[in-house]
Design a protein around this ligand. Structure first.
Ligand code: 3PG
Length: 394
């Protein structure tokens, strides 16, 4: 698709869609990763003499609700950018127009939360036109919101010349390397609590990857599907048939499924709870599986050593409670080591994954860590993302 290389931004009003849906604690941005990721695109456009008009959503407000204003985020973007960032109280209408009309080449302005208008999520063509009035071209750098076909993430691409920003470009390239034309064998690691939230993902992955390692709470459902006792562990009993059919599909597609062979169990869900390692054939009625055990860690490390490409989504155990972060830490660090040694291309993303890898101190050494949650999952499920599709050259 068209990237910034072919955009003439000089003296143009550039509507730049970014993802500033950042976590906040007590009114302060608690993780600025998404802000950091869009700085190169903002700088490049500003340095080429463009007027950078930032569009973004925040939270899921129902109409204009100042609890979800982007105003404090503008200040944080300015701080990280090291340049002033203006703010307009609305993303359309007189306030937006006045702010944009006053801009000089190189200026940066953030417009208020696009979701203050319900028409944003409806991708309403009249609203798209109102947004487009303040821009000569549209650049999307919001991969993590690209699973939404909203006015600012997709609609604008129908009415303005559309380009991918640098982060969008990097993200799509990294993901394409991992699943579209990957170096094989490809190993996928899928963890997290529930099979139910990742059914489509597992169904798609078994058809695409060579080895699928299943960890976290969802592994218990697979163990139970094989007739093993899981005690008090998290387990979705109504999905045993579904788990069996995923195992069958994998067999037919020549995808090797790797499940834990041992587990660290405790009788309560608490940091430093008394715990022991047991074989998955010996889980007692009061045991709660909170992590994979040492033999499983070695098995997964062995699989990593065979792989050329790794796709990772979801932690292995209750990584937020020590010592049940042991499995996630060990596997993440081994993946990071192999990546650093040039033996592995490693891509990770989605929900808890980034914090699990950060916790393990492994994120830095992965080839690519996506800031996307839902968009990363939909991509793993094999679904086209509307905010990416609109950027493809037609
Ligand atoms: C995200 O945080 O994953 C994106 O910004 C999308 O937000 P949404 O799930 O509210 O659409």
């Amino acid at each position: 698709f068209r990237t910034l290389d072919s955009a003439d931004v000089s003296n143009k009003r550039v509507l730049l869609r970014v993802d500033l849906n950042v976590p906040m604690e007590n009114g302060k941005v608690s993780d600025a990763t998404r802000i950091e990721r869009v700085l190169p695109t903002i700088r490049e456009i500003a340095d080429k003499g463009g007027k950078v008009v930032l569009l973004a959503h925040f939270g899921r407000p129902k109409g204009r609700d100042l609890k979800e204003t982007l105003r404090p985020v503008a200040a944080v973007v300015a701080e990280h950018l090291g340049r002033p960032v203006g703010f307009a109280e609305d993303c359309v209408g007189p306030a937006a127009k006045a702010a944009v009309d006053a801009m000089k080449p190189g200026d940066v302005v953030l417009l208020e939360n696009t979701r203050f208008h319900p028409e944003e999520e409806k991708n309403d063509p009249v609203f798209v036109k109102s947004l487009a009035e303040n821009g000569d071209l549209w650049v999307s750098d919001a991969f993590s919101a690209a699973h939404r076909a909203h006015a600012s993430t997709e609609g604008l691409g129908h009415v303005l010349p559309a380009y991918a920003g640098r982060t969008m470009q990097a993200e799509v390239e990294a993901l394409a390397h991992a699943l579209e034309a990957p170096k094989r064998p490809v190993l996928a690691v899928v963890g997290g609590a529930k099979v139910s939230s990742k059914l489509e993902l597992l169904g798609n992955l078994v058809k695409k990857v060579d080895i699928l390692v299943i960890g976290g709470g969802m592994a218990n459902t697979f163990l139970a599907a094989q007739g093993k006792a899981v005690g008090k562990s998290l387990c979705e009993k109504d999905l045993l048939d579904t788990a069996r059919s995923i195992l069958e599909t994998a067999k037919g597609a020549n995808c090797e499924i790797v499940l834990p062979v041992d587990a660290t169990v405790a009788s309560e869900f608490k940091a430093h709870a008394a715990n022991k390692v047991v074989s998955v054939d010996a889980v007692g009625p009061d045991d709660m599986i909170l992590d994979i055990g040492p033999a499983s860690i070695e098995t997964v490390k062995g699989k990593l050593a065979q792989a050329k490409t790794l796709v990772w989504n979801g932690p292995f155990g209750a990584f937020e409670l020590e010592p049940f972060d042991t499995g996630t830490n060990a596997v993440a660090r081994e993946a990071a080591r192999l990546t650093k040694a040039g033996q592995l291309l490693s891509v990770a993303g989605g929900g808890d994954t980034v914090s699990a890898l950060n916790h393990a101190g492994a994120a830095e050494d992965f080839s690519y860590v996506s800031t996307a949650g839902g968009a990363f999952l939909e991509w793993l499920e094999g679904k086209p993302l509307p905010g990416v599709e609109i950027l493809r050259l037609r």
